[in-house]
Design a protein around this ligand. Sequence first.
Ligand code: C5P
Length: 232
Amino acid sequence: MGKDVIIACDFDSAEKTFAFLDLFKDEKPFVKIGMELYYAEGPSIVREIKKRGHKIFLDLKLHDIPNTVKKSMAVLSRLDVDMTNLHAAGTVRMMQGALEGLTRPDGTRPMLIAVTQLTSTDQESMEKDLLIEKPIADVVMHYAHNAAVAGLDGVVCSPLEAGKVHERCGENFVTVTPGVRFADGDIGDQKRVMTPAEAKKVGSDYIVVGRPITAAPDPVAAYRRCVAEFVD
Ligand code: C5P
């Protein structure tokens, strides 16, 4: 599995996004487009970033009835993104529908990964709001297993869970891990973090890094530092 650093482009406009991407002259980083930017600018932002030569992880976390997700995924696959995602809570049947929709007539498709439980959901809110009474670690692993059963490529998870996910779902099942900070950096609102080097050691396949790169005084140098620690 090719390890890579994905930059979370959490900007609210195309203008800010391009001002950021223009800083990169020699490399074309893999970028994540989330709901904020996608809803602000629509599908044209995906086409434009793709045209500039970047790989794209479109982070829209779909969750609906299987037929709706299947048809929506077909639209996203025509946008030529490289990776997209959904909520595993939508059930195995929804995930299977998503894969069908995502597969292009020539048999190719973007990578599809699942969100298990959001890191903003804790044991208490899961029990009180969702009436799920199992330990959250078991729920995360069960959802990851469901994603593997449905045929998905992997999950978004904490780097702290990457090793266990590989144990349960296989070495080739991809782990995409946010919550990455430099050893000497500010952790901001993230609670449990790892450095790029530690994420590499525990077997993360892709790290998603936002503010340590986007808010750095020299974003290109910060990106290169991530790549040096995680990939090289
Ligand atoms: O700026 P920072 O490095 O914290 O950005 C991390 C990115 O990963 C953000 O886009 C955030 O929404 C996303 N993410 C996360 N934790 C999750 C899932 C996604 O931080 N559990």
